[in-house]
Design a protein around this ligand. Structure first.
Ligand code: C2E
Ligand code: MG
Ligand code: MG
Length: 788
């Protein structure tokens, strides 16, 4: 069972949940890293694509240039060959014409600076300018003549270049001059002007590192031009990589100039001549713009990365600090919680100690009262029955005094254990102090169950308790029972009545249970005792009358009392009529008894009148035997006269069952009494077999509905209908209707609604002794308190 006094620990503050923070941090870190990787990836890819595009563009551009230049060279060299063809005339004998033509052609073509014609003995026969030939020329002329004569497919040869500075721009080319057959008759030397050839490309933006080269098919460099001008290499270099050029344009990348830099070189051989055109450019130069963009991007990205990394670092730092703070807070929270828990436990322990009996562990009186309070509140709403039992151990004091407190304590513990075993979980057991226990039976289906439980308790507790510190002890309990709501609706009343009933048990023999409402008590062995003593009791005035008021429901005024006889027995205490009236009825004693009551009623009325009170009628009950007594009316008349009481203040209640037995005689007696002025009521109506039609012949003024019907009015719709019909039928016969045994507010409401005239019952008042009845008479009105 959960501890009702223990509070749940306060929930952890959401800020204290570090896992959330960690998750958040991990997510943001992951996201930042992802963004960075993406940024780097995209930038890298873009830069790469741009570089490839730039390289492709440069390659295409260079290859185009190499192609155009090779075509251009082809065209220029073709013009040189034309000059060689024109020279053939010279060998054909038209020397003047040939000379003129050559001079005209040279003048018209700025690509050539100088031309000279040599015969097959390599004697210069014509020169466009008077310059002397270079020293090594004869050798190259010989070599060329031999090459051309051998039928070489090459129709051009390179002559020895002059080392003179002013001729550095000249490329001396040799063309064979043949007239009729293929055997060359002479050689034409044509000095190609590199300045002219390359000047065409000067306007091209070819970058700072652009290089244009003319190579032989063997890769020997003939000329090299850069942005700053023609480069004169004292030792002509060889570029074998480009020697396999062919008539297709190719590109290669490499450190071709041995200057530690990488060049993109595009090259192609001229279509008709054995020369290769190479266009090269430093790859760094090509990618200069790209490199600048790239470094700008990379710098920005690096900066961004650094900033993000710094931010992440900062966040991580502050979260670590926060985490520390949270850890401290959580520890403080935990500490607080532990403290609160300890306090709650202390409180709970203190509560248990204060609310329970330390010896038996049962709730003590205080706790029992609290539990009763809550159960009675529940009981008011439920249709179940509740019973309070007070239990006291007979002769406990003697056991305590003779065997010692230790044995007494052991006995109390064992009694409480047996009580626990005997009763249900839902029943409440408490030790009120000393040897006094209290039990609240809860949620009983019927009042009759109470007697069974009480008998079981008596039986169980009466069994011997063995080995109580070496002693075998036999005790018996005395139990008093008060029923809710019958004997009280509040704790005080129920406790008082249960206590009274318990003392009744003790007085009348111990080891037994007694209901506060004696009607419920079992017939005992004392029956005999009572029967023996009854005549003496009537004679010695041991009988007393209790008066129960009858309330008019229209204004809650007391309109009468019913006198109910009790026997104040010197040994058994107050004994109720059910225990002795039937004994009296066995003999003529009942006549004595009823007479005593009738007289006592007259006496009571006289005392009220003497006290100056306005009396209300008192009803007395008579038994069947009495109704057969023809002398009754006279005796009643005598009593009235003796006490000076008007007969209308006396009412007689006869029970339905009695009427059935001797209707004729009873009728005569009743008529006499009516004549006398007495009012007559039919008691316990509904319990017998008579119908209202049957009793209409008798002088009956009012009927009292039996309390069995009233009791069930709330639970049984059937009874509710019967009550309503009795009321309306009785009204039709001009009889007043009185409801007996009204115990609850709900019953009262129902009766009022059904038109009942008067009510009598514990709800308004129990039967009370004569002095209390006088107080009631003075009060005159008993308005019901609205139930809580
Ligand atoms: P009764 O004449 O029907 O009397 C009413 C009985 O119902 C009384 O019981 C009364 O205490 C009880 N009572 C009243 N209100 C309530 C209530 O709200 N709930 C419950 N459970 N009971 C209620 P009591 O005094 O024990 O009398 C029992 C019967 O004994 C009477 O029934 C009557 O028949 C008879 N009796 C009483 N006094 C005399 C008497 O002087 N002479 C004769 N012959 N019989 C008497
Ligand atoms: Mg009665
Ligand atoms: Mg009655």
């Amino acid at each position: 069972m959960p501890n009702p006094f223990f509070r749940q620990p306060p929930p952890v503050h959401p800020l204290l949940r570090r896992s959330d923070w960690r998750l958040l941090l991990a997510c943001s870190l992951g996201l930042s890293l992802l963004l960075l990787v993406l940024a780097w990836g995209i930038t890298w890819q873009r830069l790469d694509a741009e570089r490839i595009l730039l390289e492709d563009n440069a390659r295409t551009q260079q290859e185009n240039l190499a192609t155009i230049m090779s075509h251009n060279l082809d065209q220029v060299l073709d013009r040189g060959r034309l000059m060689a063809i024109a020279s053939e005339e010279w060998f054909d004998g038209h020397r003047v014409d040939a000379t003129n033509r050559l001079a005209a052609m040279r003048t018209a073509d700025r690509a050539f600076l100088r031309i000279a014609l040599y015969d097959h003995q390599l004697q210069r026969v014509y020169a466009s300018s008077p310059d002397t030939d270079s020293s090594g020329l004869q050798d190259t002329l010989h070599a060329a003549l031999a090459q051309f004569s051998a039928g070489s497919p090459s129709r051009i040869a390179l002559a020895h270049r002059s080392s003179r500075h002013e001729q550095a721009w000249h490329i001396p080319l040799l063309f064979p001059v043949a007239s009729n057959n293929a055997i060359p008759q002479g050689i034409l030397l044509v000095a190609l002007d590199l300045g002219y050839l390359l000047g065409v490309y000067q306007s091209l933006d070819f970058g700072r590192s652009g290089v244009i080269q003319i190579l032989t098919v063997g890769g020997e460099e003939i000329a090299e031009a850069r942005q700053e001008g023609l480069v004169l290499n004292t030792q002509p270099r060889s570029y074998r990589q480009f020697s396999r050029a062919g008539r297709q344009t190719h590109s290669l990348v490499g450190d071709f100039f041995n200057d530690g830099r990488s060049y993109l070189s595009s090259f192609r051989q001229a279509d008709s001549f054995p020369f290769i055109l190479v266009v090269s450019r430093d790859t760094q130069d090509i990618l200069a713009a790209h490199t600048a963009t790239r470094s700008r991007f990379l710098t920005t990205l690096t900066l961004l990365t650094a900033i993000i990394a710094a931010a992440i670092l900062w966040i991580a730092q502050s979260i670590r600090r926060q985490g520390q703070l949270f850890a401290d807070l959580t520890a403080a929270h935990q500490e607080n919680h532990t403290l609160i828990e300890r306090l709650e436990e202390e409180k709970h322990r203190a509560f248990i100690l204060a609310a329970h009996d330390h010896l038996t562990g049962l709730p003590n009186r205080r706790m029992f009262n609290e539990l009763m309070l809550s159960h009675l509140a529940q009981a008011k709403r439920s249709r179940k029955h509740y019973a309070l039992m007070y239990l006291d151990l007979d002769y406990f004091k003697t056991i305590n005094d003779t065997l010692g407190h230790h044995v007494g304590d052991l006995l109390l513990q064992n009694v409480s254990a047996r009580l626990r075993l005997t009763l249900r979980e839902s029943d409440i057991i408490a030790r009120l102090g000393g040897d006094e226990f209290a039990v609240l039976l809860t949620g009983l289906d019927s009042v009759d169950d109470t007697a069974g439980v009480a008998a079981k308790i008596v039986e169980q507790i009466s069994l011997p308790f063995n080995t109580m510190d070496g002693h075998d002890i036999a005790v018996s309990p005395s139990i008093g029972i008060a029923l809710f709501p019958r004997d009280g609706v509040d704790i005080d009343t129920l406790c008082r009545n249960a206590d009274a009933a318990m003392y009744q048990s003790k007085r009348t023999g111990r080891g037994k249970y007694t209901f506060y409402d004696s009607v419920l008590n079992p017939p005992g062995a004392r029956r005999f005792n009572l029967e023996q003593r009854l005549p003496k009791a009537i004679a010695e005035n041991e009988l007393v009358l209790h008066y129960q008021p009858k309330i008019r429901l229209s204004d809650y005024r007391i309109v009468g009392f019913e006198a109910l006889v009790r026997w104040q027995h010197p040994e058994f205490g107050l004994i109720y009529p059910n225990d002795f009236v039937s004994l009296a009825e066995r003999s003529d004693l009942i006549i004595e008894l009823d007479d005593w009551v009738a007289q006592a009623c007259c006496q009571q009325l006289a005392s009220w009148i003497a006290a100056g009170l306005t009396p209300v009628p008192i009803a007395f009950n008579v038994s069947a035997r009495h109704l057969k007594d023809q002398g009754l009316p006279e005796r009643i008349e005598a009593y009235l006269k003796a006490h000076g009481v008007a007969p209308q203040y006396l009412e007689m209640e006869i029970t339905e069952s009695l009427l059935v037995e001797s209707i004729e005689v009873a009728g005569q007696v009743l008529e006499k009494l009516e004549k006398l002025g007495l009012r007559i009521a039919l008691d316990d109506f509904g319990s017998g077999f008579s119908s209202l039609g049957y009793v209409r012949t008798l002088p009956i003024h009012s009927i009292k509905i039996d309390r069995a019907f009233i009791n069930d009015i709330r639970n049984s719709p059937h009874d509710a209908v019967i009550v309503s019909s009795i009321i309306s039928l009785a009204h039709n016969l001009n009889m007043r209707v009185i409801a007996e045994g009204v115990e609850t507010f709900e019953q009262l409401i129902h009766l009022k609604t059904a038109g009942c005239d008067e009510a009598q019952g514990y709800f308004f008042s129990r039967p009370v002794p004569h002095d209390a009845s006088r107080e009631l008479l003075e009060r005159a009105i008993l308005a019901p308190a609205t139930p809580s």
